[in-house]
Structures are given as structure tokens and as C-alpha cells.
Design a protein around this ligand. Structure first.
Ligand SMILES: Nc1nc2c(c(=O)[nH]1)N[C@H]1C(S)=C(S)[C@@H](COP(=O)(O)O)O[C@H]1N2
Ligand SMILES: [Mo]
Length: 223
């Protein structure tokens, strides 16, 4: 029995437990320090300094007065957020790396918006919700698991490097799920649908991997 047992100090022990939980959850880590630098670039990727634009070719223009984000499906509290309401939700900043399946990666992207965890608190998925379908204004769709959507780094972003997201990069608002290849990060986000059964999105129907983990090189559906 250690003599300096923290259990002797009720107040300290509560703080210690909280800090242990933060450590387990990787709280306050940015992703830069979570992995050793040598390990930062996933296999088969190369680093770029610019930010390539990739989409289906149609870049919808949505003015802020027309913009809406619907969050519905298997949730206790479905909502339709207009721009003012979206801005009134708790705002977060996240710094993360982008990994595109076309082999470019871009480090240290600073996003501002509403963390997916805060959106989950708002709508409260029901126990049957296991997947999330993202729907965009250009009719693009993509699917992820609820666990991937709920990741600590995931954010519905309206700004990049402190400036509003440009239209070509998905403004007014895009999803960013940095631990998956970037096609899972829907630009021009219009609807977040919680569902019981998985449903393949645009690239997933067209031969790309359902999960898209860059560290496992999950590029194509037969990988
Ligand atoms: N709505 C929508 N989102 C999309 C796409 C798209 O065509 N439409 N393309 C995806 C792909 S394949 C990639 S690599 C990234 C590119 O984002 P960027 O143009 O900001 O680099 O957006 C993803 N999100
Ligand atoms: Mo992509």
C-alpha cells in the first residue's frame, strides 16, 4: 500500500481522476503531439503546402439568408438551424491535418465552427442511431459511423485560418472529420441525418472504402 496514496486527499483525488480521464480522452491534444512527428504522414501520402480543390464540379452558391442546416432522423430533438441559430451554438476551434485519398496531405489546418459533440448534445441521437449520412447542397452524400462523427476532432466548420470558408472549399459550412480521408468531410453541408442502417454515399457507391482510415490505407472498397 503506497503511503502517499491520493485517496487520502478527497479534493485532490477528484481532480486527479478528472485529469486521468482527460489523458485517456486525449483532451487538449491538437493532433500535432498525439503522434510522433515521424509518424504524422499516413502511408502513401505526400505533403502539400497549398490547398487543392476537389469536388464534383458544381460549386453551389448559398447565401447566408437562404442557408439552413437540417439535423434529423433518429434523434430526440430534430432541428433546422438558420445562420443566426448556428452561430449561437457553442463555438470551437480545432487544428487538424487533411489527408486526401488522391495522396496529398496538408498539416495544421485551423478550423472554427460547432464541434460535432456539441451538435450531438443538441439533437440527442436515439439508441438505434449508429450511422450518419451527410447531405450537401451539390447533392453529394457521404456516410460515416456515429462513432467517427462523434470524434473529438470533428467539427462543422464555417471558418479556416480565422476567415470564412470560401465557396470552393465548401462554405458557408462543411464537415471536417480529420481522422478519415477527406472525401468524408462533406462541403456545402445541408443535412446531417442519423440512421439505424448504413447507406453508402457518392464515392462509397463508386468503389471507395466505406470507412476511409488513412492510417490503414482504406482507399478502395476491396482494400
Ligand atoms: N459536397 C461535396 N463535398 C465534398 C466533395 C464534393 O464533391 N462535394 N468532394 C470531397 C472530396 S473527394 C474531397 S478530397 C474534399 C476536398 O475538399 P477541398 O476541395 O476543400 O480540398 O471534399 C470532399 N467533400
Ligand atoms: Mo478526394
Amino acid at each position: 500500500m503506497p503511503t502517499d496514496s491520493r485517496d487520502d486527499l478527497p479534493e485532490a483525488s477528484k481532480l486527479t481522476r478528472t485529469k486521468q480521464r482527460w489523458a485517456r480522452e486525449g483532451r487538449f491534444l491538437t493532433g500535432r503531439t498525439a503522434r510522433p512527428q515521424s509518424d504524422r504522414l499516413p502511408p502513401g501520402q505526400h505533403l502539400v503546402r497549398d490547398w487543392p480543390v476537389l469536388d464534383l464540379g458544381e460549386q453551389p452558391e448559398i447565401t447566408l439568408d437562404k442557408w439552413q442546416l437540417v439535423i434529423d432522423g433518429a434523434v430526440e430533438n430534430p432541428v433546422t438551424l438558420d445562420w443566426a441559430r448556428f452561430q449561437s451554438e457553442p463555438q470551437s476551434g480545432k487544428v487538424s491535418d487533411i489527408h486526401c485519398v488522391t495522396t496529398w496531405s496538408r498539416y495544421d489546418n485551423r478550423w472554427t465552427g460547432v464541434a460535432t459533440q456539441d451538435l450531438l448534445d443538441l439533437v440527442m441521437p436515439t439508441p438505434v442511431a449508429h450511422f450518419v449520412i451527410l447531405h450537401s447542397y451539390d447533392r453529394y452524400t457521404t456516410n460515416i459511423t456515429l462513432d467517427d462523427f462523434a470524434s473529438e476532432d470533428a467539427i462543422v466548420a464555417h471558418s479556416w485560418e480565422g476567415k470564412p470558408l470560401t465557396r470552393e472549399h465548401g462554405g458557408p459550412v462543411r464537415l471536417v472529420v480529420p481522422h478519415l480521408y477527406f472525401w468524408k468531410s462533406a462541403k456545402w453541408l445541408r443535412r446531417i441525418e442519423f440512421v439505424e442502417q448504413d447507406r453508402s454515399g457518392f464515392w462509397e457507391v463508386n468503389g471507395y472504402h466505406n470507412r476511409a482510415d488513412p492510417w490503414k490505407e482504406q482507399r478502395y472498397s476491396d482494400d
